[in-house]
Each structure stands twice: as C-alpha cells, then as structure tokens.
Design a protein around this ligand. Structure first.
Ligand code: SAH
Length: 223
C-alpha cells in the first residue's frame, strides 16, 4: 500500500452513481443479461482503476489507457467475459492472465471464492494491488510472471480468463481447467481477433467463437 493514498470510492460528478447507472443501461441495451454482473459493474468504482486525469471518462463504455502501452478493457467486454464464465453457476477458483489495472480482477473477486491473477508488468501489478486492497477484496492473489506458464502447483480452475490476445488457444491454460471448467480468451493477431470460449468436457475440449474483439497482445517474459 502507498501510505496516505486514499481513493474517492463513492465518486461525484462524472463518477457519480447517476453516471454509473447510465453505463449499466447501455450494457443492458448491448445484451448483458446477468443481474449479478450488472450489479457488480454498477458498484465497482472503475474510476479508481485509471489515472485521475482520466477518471471523468471511467463510466464511458470504452477502453482506457493505463500506461506501458496497455489498456483497461471496455466495460461491455468485462461484463461479457464475466457473464460467459458465470453461466454454469458460482465460481470457486479463477485464474486471470493479465491483471493490468486490476478492474476485471475486482469484478471476478466479487463472484468467485478465490482469484489468482498473473501480470507480467510489475508496475501495473503494484498499482492493482493497492486498488484491490482499498476495495477490501482480499480473496485475490497476484503473481508477477508470464501467465502462459500458469501458476506453479495450482490447477483445477473452474474458470480461466485471458485479458490479452493469444495467437491460439494455449494448452498450458486448458490443461489447468477442472472438468466442466471454462476458459474465455481473445484469440488472434492485431488485425483480427475473436473472443473464444473453451469448455473442458469429459471427452475433450469444446470450442466456441463468441464475437470479434480488440485486445492488446499476450506477450512472453516479465518486465
Ligand atoms: N484486465 C486488464 C486488462 C489489461 S490489458 C484491465 O482491465 O485492466 C492486458 C494485460 O495483460 C496487460 O497488463 C499486459 O501486461 C498483460 N499481459 C500480456 N501478456 C501477459 C502474459 N503472458 N502474462 C501475464 N500478463 C500478460
């Protein structure tokens, strides 16, 4: 924690509850149906996940820069990915690749028993840790590493989410799914990406293409 750092969790003006409600109305119009997801997005202060200079744009349905050439995902896509993971019921143990700002992590922490989140850029991880702690979300463990290597000694995840685009579906991640578990991940290069949902069934993996998306690339190594 950064001592003395305080966040305006309630928000006012462009970050007020009224502004947040407008975002939720928009998400419903775009087809987000899961009430838990809508409630969590309404309650989670997205404005603390960006620099103060961008806080007034936090409840627009748009991706926002978080430094290091990375972006906080668009609220619609955060809602959509979370909804896809929740269709089979509450989540026990979730793995996230790409903590970034920690916003998606904060959303997941409110629907899962425990969230493991891996980020390759230390500076982003440090800020995310501060925000998650300010929100009192203590069921999150963060790791500074290449997420494609998984979490040593861990597996049996009922949900895995990738928030950066991989060139294919990595078996290093599908191997970590519990039976019935789901992986949601953008797949493709910079020109064309699809959101892919992979479910681990008794007789193998079932893959479903959800919709076109636009994510930063999944990269190897740590910085
Ligand atoms: N969910 C985040 C998205 C951040 S952008 C948010 O809403 O803020 C994607 C993130 O994935 C970046 O922070 C990037 O550094 C991270 N990333 C990319 N490749 C990675 C890898 N192999 N392992 C871990 N993190 C990775």
């Amino acid at each position: 924690m950064n001592p003395g750092h305080s966040f305006d969790l309630q928000g006012s003006g462009f970050t007020s509850p009224r502004t947040r409600d407008r975002l939720i109305t928009r998400l419903i119009a775009q087809g987000i149906r899961d009430q838990r997801v809508l409630d969590i997005l309404r309650q989670t202060p997205r404005h603390i996940f960006v620099d103060e200079a961008l806080a007034h744009r936090a409840y627009e349905d748009t991706a926002l820069p978080i430094g290091h050439s990375q972006t906080l995902s668009q609220p619609y896509i955060v809602a959509r990915m979370t909804e896809l993971l929740l269709t089979t019921g509450p989540l026990t143990k979730v793995l996230e690749i790409g903590t970034g700002s920690g916003y998606q992590t904060a959303v997941l922490a409110q629907v899962a028993g425990i969230v493991h989140s891996i980020e390759r850029i230390k500076a982003l991880q440090d800020k995310a840790r501060e925000r998650l702690s300010a929100l009192g979300l203590h069921n999150v463990r963060l790791r500074h590493a290449d997420g494609l290597q998984g979490w040593p000694g861990e597996g049996g995840y009922d949900a895995i989410i990738g928030t950066a685009a991989a060139l294919g579906v990595p078996s290093s991640l599908t191997d970590l799914l519990a039976p019935g578990g789901r992986l949601v991940l953008p797949v493709g290069g910079p020109q064309s990406q699809q959101l892919v949902l992979v479910t681990r069934l008794a007789d193998g993996l079932q893959q479903q293409v959800v919709e076109p998306v636009n994510f930063v690339p999944m990269l190897g190594g740590v910085v």
